[in-house]
Design a binder for this molecule. Structure first.
Ligand SMILES: NC(=O)c1ccc[n+]([C@@H]2O[C@H](COP(=O)([O-])OP(=O)(O)OC[C@H]3O[C@@H](n4cnc5c(N)ncnc54)[C@H](OP(=O)(O)O)[C@@H]3O)[C@@H](O)[C@H]2O)c1
Length: 255
């Protein structure tokens, strides 16, 4: 029987691939057979992740730096990927920045930095790799959104939420633009995912319990919880799915 989730022979680029969530997705895509390119600004971090994952799964990996805010840098990443693996079938935009600032105090340059990475960076990555997929008449794009795309919370999240609402609507609209090229564009929107960068949030047991109690499934999420949806959206199994944000949140957004 054909395995609809098999990614053998596919080339996946994960930007933010050495981040807390990115590492989990790089590993998952490689376990399902993809050749994975790990990209971000920090050469040492991406090399380390690529080497560790290749050692674990036995599938080819590659790492290359990119700054998502620069179209020139993204073009160089694309050229390196095409030279190394011939094409790009799957793009995962797992980079991001979450600056918690009350709007009445928000430094405008920090607001711009967050929008540049979360929104402009997503656009540039989709533009550059979308052209490869357009040529191929095939491709899968997965953007990292958040429950903040549709669910607000007080305490300094307005800027971040605005970037994720932008990513959500961008994903829907790009899905329409790319449909004629047989490119599926979707997003995943996690609730709080416990990673080295977010573990501090639950260091206080009272806050940890409060966070857990908010989730209908009764527990917090981990990077492994995002792998299933990422493989689905990268594979043949999702060929009739486009323009969606999948909220991976233990049921939080339906409360
Ligand atoms: N963790 C959560 O609870 C959670 C929940 C919902 C949504 N999300 C979303 O999921 C995504 C990943 O989150 P995470 O928790 O894994 O964050 P993270 O651990 O901070 O990782 C973010 C990654 O983005 C990369 N990055 C930042 N700026 C970049 C730039 N200009 N160019 C290229 N890469 C850049 C960083 O690498 P370099 O510094 O090496 O460039 C890093 O690898 C983000 O979009 C985030 O908003 C996270």
């Amino acid at each position: 029987m054909m395995d609809m989730f098999d990614l053998k022979g596919k080339v996946a680029v994960v930007i933010g691939g050495a981040g807390g969530i990115g590492v989990g997705l790089v590993k998952g895509l490689s376990q399902y057979g993809a050749k994975v390119v790990v990209a971000s600004r920090n050469q040492e971090a991406i090399e380390k992740v690529a080497a560790a994952v290749e050692k674990e799964t036995g599938n080819d990996t590659f790492s290359h730096t990119v700054d998502v805010t620069s179209e020139d840098s993204m073009g160089k990443l694309k050229d390196a990927v095409v030279e190394k693996f011939g094409t790009c079938d799957i793009l995962v935009n797992a980079m991001g920045l979450n600056l918690k600032r009350l709007v009445i105090e928000f430094p405008v340059d920090e607001w711009d930095t967050m929008f540049d990475i979360n929104v402009k960076g997503t656009m540039i990555a989709c533009k550059v790799f979308g052209n490869v997929m357009k040529e191929n008449r095939s491709g899968k794009i997965i953007n990292l959104s958040s429950v903040r795309e549709i669910r607000s919370m007080p305490g300094g999240d307005a800027g971040y939420a605005a970037t994720k609402a932008a990513v959500g609507m961008y994903t829907k609209t790009l899905a329409l633009e790319m449909a004629e090229y047989n490119v599926n564009v979707n997003a995943i929107g996690p609730a709080l995912i416990i990673t080295p960068g977010t573990i501090h949030v639950i260091e206080d047991p009272v806050i940890a319990k409060k966070m857990k109690d908010m989730i209908p499934l009764g527990r917090l999420g981990y990077p492994e919880d995002l792998v299933g949806a990422c493989i689905f959206l990268s594979s043949k199994a999702s060929d009739f799915v486009s323009g969606q944000t999948y909220f991976l949140d233990g049921g939080l957004t339906v409360k």
